[in-house]
Design a protein around this ligand. Structure first.
Ligand SMILES: Nc1ncnc2c1ncn2[C@@H]1O[C@H](COP(=O)(O)OP(=O)(O)OP(=O)(O)O)[C@@H](O)[C@H]1O
Ligand SMILES: [Mg+2]
Length: 264
């Protein structure tokens, strides 16, 4: 479904006459199957957000290519949607108008927009709040609006950048469960960035570990846990504990090998 082939990306910093190149991603190759749920985990600054933006088509890679369903990505398209870490809602628009916004951009006629937006607002449990403004919602509710907005365009690929990073632990767990239910119902292909090993293992079919900057794929681990996964039960299972410990160790090893900020 998604093919990332030998993608590299550097950013340039200009200070006076000096131009320094910062290699953010190096030779990333990834295959993601249709309906697969893949998490990306790696230290801060290793290029996770950059990779999502490249897959979305917001920025081009320096070398390498990305394909979605066999088509080369050159710009954002209706087959992909992003859920950002900070809620990125329009503060002057209500919940309904925020969700409709992504459909306006896609040129849907007003009546269809409204109907579709309402369906997804209901799906994320916010029907009562469609007339509220973002500042009148809790962090978890704002995050749900972000998810509804992404789902409303019915993308086949959902790109999520630490979507639950800014909410409290309980809300986070509830949102994780809701996301899994949605994913099971709607069958999307998900590329999910997180810093939480627990979250990565709980949600994913596969966890991909990136090295410190410049990000490279160091491991790709299948999660052997059956679905549906009940949050509490799954976390007590041996395989769950072993796998999160393994990821922890793997990240720690790569951090001692390449401390962040080390010249590349
Ligand atoms: N627009 C940009 N201009 C210059 N440098 C950038 C830009 N975007 C990202 N970078 C650099 O690229 C590297 C990777 O950044 P990125 O945001 O992808 O990391 P990340 O893995 O998402 O980190 P975090 O976990 O902290 O969100 C960093 O060194 C960052 O400074
Ligand atoms: Mg990031």
């Amino acid at each position: 479904m998604i093919t990332v082939r030998q993608v590299s990306k550097a950013f340039h910093k200009v200070a006076g006459h000096e131009v320094t190149a910062f290699q953010a991603l190096e030779d990333i190759t990834l295959e993601i199957r249709e309906n697969e749920f893949v998490s990306l985990i790696g230290p801060s600054g290793c290029g996770k957000t950059t990779l999502l933006r490249i897959v979305d088509g917001l920025i081009p890679p320096d070398t390498g290519e990305v394909f979605v369903r066999g088509r080369r990505v050159t710009r954002p398209g209706p087959d992909r949607a992003v859920v950002f870490q900070s809620f990125a809602l329009l503060p002057w628009r209500t919940v309904l108008a925020n969700v409709e916004f992504s459909l306006e951009l896609r040129g849907l006629p007003p009546a269809q927009r409204r109907e579709r937006a309402r369906r997804y607002i209901e799906l994320v449990g916010l029907a009562e709040f469609e007339g509220h403004y973002p500042h009148e919602l809790s962090g978890g509710m704002q995050q749900r609006v972000g998810i509804a907005r992404a789902l409303a365009v019915d993308p086949s690929v959902l790109l999520m950048d630490e979507p639950f990073g800014a909410v409290d632990a309980q809300t986070r767990q509830r949102l994780q469960e809701e996301l899994l239910e949605l994913w099971q119902r709607e069958r999307k292909t998900v590329l999910f960035v997180t810093h939480s090993m627990d979250e990565a293992v709980y949600l994913s079919d596969r966890v991909v570990i990136l090295s410190p900057r410049p990000g490279r794929v160091t491991e790709s681990l299948e999660v052997p846990l059956p679905r549906p996964r009940l949050a509490q039960e799954v976390r007590r299972q041996r395989e769950f504990i072993d796998l999160t410990n393994y990821i922890w160790e793997s990240l720690r090893r790569s951090l001692t090998k390449h401390p962040p900020g080390e010249a590349s």
